[in-house]
Design a protein around this ligand. Structure first.
Ligand code: C2E
Ligand code: MG
Ligand code: MG
Length: 578
């Protein structure tokens, strides 16, 4: 093996020996050939450095750096590298110089230092990259978590059908708006589609759902940027967080109504609906989300009862009255249970001989807070809510119970006249209830009169008429109360089981004045018509002797009013009978 000009074969020999020494000391991400090529290049660098003047120690550093970069980085690899260089480099490359030993030692020192430095750098790099990887991983995990939290929160705060904010989110935003305080104002539009149930009923829920989605979309667009939430069903609410006055919120409501009233066609079906809006607008100070929602709900009701397709604005006075009514109606069952209701009786007096023909039972309520209430303040309520059924049942039973005791030793005992509300007459069980009551109390049927209004008889259904017929057949008297204030149609009375007409006080009042001759003539013909139909006539609201006299002259059979006696407790009636 002669020495070639560039010394390559010798370098190759050494590099092979070096590769053999380090192979297997650590995992190397390269083939053995690649390793040999690398080490050959490094051997060349080392050889050149040892020959050069002055000795450049940076070559040692660089060689070490490259070794470490190539993952020849274990302590063992370093040891073997130092060893093989020390033992073989000078010999294999046939290096000659006086100070070759010294140069060799210094270069090896540089390799070792470079090694240490490169290792440290690599460790730092690795730590850094681990740290970075960890940070990235954590950031990603956090983001994923945030994303899933956001998704979860979105689900929890949005309506799945329309993707509008739901009740929960709306409640949060409303509470925040109210809390904002400091002279701020807040507004609500409570939006409800009119007769939306009809869409579902006629086209099915799928089309109904799509109509709702469309309504939600329009609503959101029309009132942007205000928050629109779906409260459920076809009810939505718009929050005007910083209102400057009623006008702001009315404008929002009008925009919403306009957008909703545009025609909507789903699958070829016209699903256009109108909407109603209840508007509340007020200062945040002194109000609460609950107050606002309740007020908006009541106001929506006003818009609905006014026919829908409109907005209504909150009115504290009206709301106050309604609330009072509501409280009052809620107190009726309690009052019944506690015996707060009682009856007064008012004489029905014969205009022919002044005898006591009957007494009308008039209910009163001794309300624990409000004092004694007249029926006008609670009967209407009781009728609306259906509470008239238990209340009227109590009145009927109480009146019958009391009337039994009016049987006098001499003369005909008076009948008791009880007012019946429409709802009571419509109830299927009425006839049985009355029959059982008469049996229980022992009151003869002809000593009970039931007063009903004209409207009860005008009802489209046959049921009330059939019930009254059954009652009349039992021998009970039937009177039409307040005649003249309603339809005043005598013709239909011919076929009805009615025994008496009670003419409303309005007609009687006119008798006072001489100019009211027309009233008197009307009354006179009414009386003769009634008589032709075999009905007796009782005039209500007779307040003076003059009126009583006129009525008698006209031919009225009986009178009721202050002139004959005010409504009074039952002992007054008893005293009068005895
Ligand atoms: P109504 O059946 O027409 O009863 C007559 C009303 O006229 C009573 O008022 C009576 O106090 C009043 N009145 C009697 N005489 C005079 C008079 O000379 N002048 C004037 N201005 N008024 C007179 P009240 O007791 O307040 O009853 C009002 C209405 O409440 C009754 O009118 C009746 O429709 C209803 N009502 C009373 N009790 C009951 C009941 O138990 N059930 C039902 N469903 N309604 C009842
Ligand atoms: Mg009456
Ligand atoms: Mg009356």
């Amino acid at each position: 093996m002669g020495e070639p000009p560039n010394g390559q074969p010798y370098i190759g020999v050494f590099a092979r020996a070096w590769a053999k020494a380090v192979a297997g000391t650590s995992y190397l991400p390269m083939t053995h050939a690649q390793l040999e090529a690398l080490l050959q290049r490094l051997t060349d660098l080392l050889a050149k450095a040892l020959r050069a003047e002055p000795l450049d120690l940076r070559v040692g550093h660089r060689v070490a750096q490259e070794l470490v970069a190539a993952h020849i980085a274990s302590a063992e690899a370093l040891g073997r590298t130092v060893e093989v260089i020390q033992l073989r480099l000078v010999r294999d490359l046939d290096l000659v110089a006086d100070d070759i030993e010294d140069r060799m030692a210094r270069l090896l020192g540089a390799v070792a230092t470079g090694y240490a430095r490169a290792l440290r750098d690599r460790t730092l790099d690795e730590q850094e990259s681990i740290r970075r990887a960890a940070m990235t991983a954590r950031a990603e995990a956090e983001q994923a978590l945030r994303a899933s939290e956001a998704r979860f929160r979105h689900q929890a705060t949005h309506d799945p059908l329309t993707d509008l904010p739901n009740r929960t989110l709306f409640a949060e935003r409303l509470a925040a708006a109210v809390d904002a305080g400091n002279g701020r104002r807040v507004g609500l539009c409570f939006v409800d589609l009119d007769r939306f149930k009809r869409i579902n009923d006629s086209f099915g829920h799928q089309i109904g759902d799509r109509a709702l989605v469309e309504a939600a979309r329009r609503l959101r667009r029309s009132v942007e940027p205000h928050l629109v939430a779906r409260l459920g069903g076809d009810a939505f609410v718009v929050l005007v967080e910083r209102s400057t006055g009623t006008g702001d919120v009315v404008a929002v409501a009008e925009a919403a109504l306009a957008a909703l009233s545009e025609p909507v066609v789903v699958d070829g079906h016209d699903v256009t609906v109108t909407a109603s809006v209840g508007i509340v607008e007020r200062r945040t100070a002194g109000t609460s989300p609950d107050d606002l929602m309740r007020a908006a709900g009541s106001t929506l009701n006003w818009a609905k009862t006014a026919g829908g397709a409109r907005w209504a604005l909150y009115d504290a006075e009206r709301d106050g009255q309604e609330q009072a009514r509501q409280e009052l109606s809620a107190a009726i069952p309690v009052g019944l249970e506690r015996g707060e209701f009682f009856l007064d009786y008012q004489p029905l007096t014969s205009l022919h001989d002044g005898s006591l023909l009957g007494v009308e039972a008039l209910v009163r309520w001794r309300h624990p807070q409000l004092g004694v209430l007249r029926p006008d303040s609670f009967i209407g309520l009781a009728e609306e809510t259906g509470l008239i059924v238990p209340l009227g049942g109590w009145v009927l039973a109480e009146a019958c119970r009391e009337a039994v005791g009016w049987a006098s030793a001499s003369g005909r005992p008076p009948y008791v006249s009880v007012n019946l509300a429409v709802r009571q007459v419509r109830r299927p069980g009425l006839v049985q209830e009355v029959r059982a009551l008469l049996r229980r109390t022992g009151l003869p049927p002809d000593r009970l009169q039931l007063e009903i209004t004209e409207s009860t008889m005008m009802s489209s259904s046959e049921e009330p008429v059939r019930a009254l017929r059954a009652l009349a057949e039992l021998g009970i008297r039937i009177a039409i109360d307040d005649f003249g204030t309603g339809y005043s149609n005598l013709a239909y009375l011919r076929d009805l089981p009615v025994t008496e007409l009670k003419v409303a006080g309005e007609f009687v009042r006119g008798l006072r004045t001489p100019e009211a001759r027309a009233d008197e003539r009307i009354l006179a013909s009414l009386v003769s018509l009634a008589h032709a139909l075999d009905l007796t006539v009782t005039a209500e609201g007779v307040e003076t002797g003059g009126q009583a006299e006129r009525l008698r002259a006209i031919g009225c059979d009986a009178g009721q009013g202050w002139h004959f006696g005010r409504p009074a407790p039952p002992d007054h009636i008893l005293a009068r009978i005895r």
